[in-house]
Design a protein around this ligand. Structure first.
Ligand SMILES: [Zn+2]
Length: 68
């Protein structure tokens, strides 16, 4: 599983999904870190994070239903 965090941006940065989605300093940023040492972190804006979480919930529900 991926390591997920929500934390305020330390500086102005852009969303991994689209460079047009700016995340200003202090705004919440959804941080995804892939497993393993020295892996980069990816930051997403709140709108993209909500979309990803909704998708993840559906994926998890599908997996759970496969378990019976
Ligand atoms: Zn975004």
């Amino acid at each position: 599983m991926l390591r997920l965090q929500v934390r305020p941006a330390g500086k102005l940065c852009s969303c991994k999904h689209s460079k047009k989605h700016a995340i200003k300093k202090g705004e919440l940023r959804f941080v995804v870190k892939e497993p393993g040492p020295a892996t980069p972190e990816y930051g997403y804006c709140v709108a993209c994070a909500e979309e990803m979480l909704t998708q993840a919930e559906q994926d998890l529900a599908a997996l759970r239903s496969q378990l019976g």
